[in-house]
Design a protein around this ligand. Structure first.
Ligand code: CO
Length: 134
C-alpha cells in the first residue's frame, strides 16, 4: 500500500542553526524558513535526490512538537511520511488491521497542501508515521 518515502521530519529547537548544519556540513539544498501557524511549527524543507528532510521548530503556544523537544532536547526524528494513492482507502485498510489513526480520523491538509493522516507510534515500531496522498 505505501509508496515513496515523502519526507523524514526532524524536530529542532533552533531551526536556523539546524539549517546551517544541513547547508554547510552536508551541502544540502535548504529552503527558507516557512512559518506554518496552522500547524504550530516553522519548517525548512531540504530537498534530496530521492526524498525530503523537514526541519520543524515549535511556533507559538501548544506546538504539537513541544513535548517531543522536552523529551529530546537535542532534537530528533519526529516522524516519517509515506505517500499513498488514496488516503481514505489507506485509512480504512489500516483501521481494518487495528492500527490507530490519530485525531478525528479525517485527513487534514498538511504542510504541503495535501491531505495527511498520522498513525499511532505504538502501532508502527515506536515511530510516528504520517501518510500523505501523493
Ligand atoms: Co510531515
Amino acid at each position: 500500500m505505501i509508496g515513496r518515502l515523502n519526507h523524514v521530519a526532524i524536530a529542532v529547537k533552533d531551526i536556523r542553526a539546524a539549517s546551517e548544519v544541513y547547508r554547510t556540513k552536508l551541502g544540502a539544498e535548504v529552503s527558507e524558513i516557512v512559518p506554518q501557524p496552522d500547524h504550530g511549527v516553522s519548517t525548512v524543507f531540504i530537498t534530496l535526490p530521492n526524498t525530503k528532510i523537514e526541519l520543524l521548530e515549535p511556533l507559538g503556544e501548544n506546538s504539537p512538537i513541544a513535548k517531543f523537544l522536552e523529551r529530546n532536547p537535542e532534537g530528533g526524528v519526529h516522524h516519517i511520511c509515506y505517500e499513498v494513492d488514496d488516503i481514505l482507502a489507506a485509512r480504512d485498510q489500516l483501521k481494518a488491521t487495528g492500527a490507530r489513526v490519530l485525531g478525528d480520523g479525517n485527513p487534514k491538509i498538511g504542510a504541503h497542501g495535501k491531505p495527511v493522516l498520522f498513525l499511532h507510534p505504538k502501532d508502527f515500531l515506536g515511530t510516528l508515521t504520517e501518510i500523505e496522498q501523493a
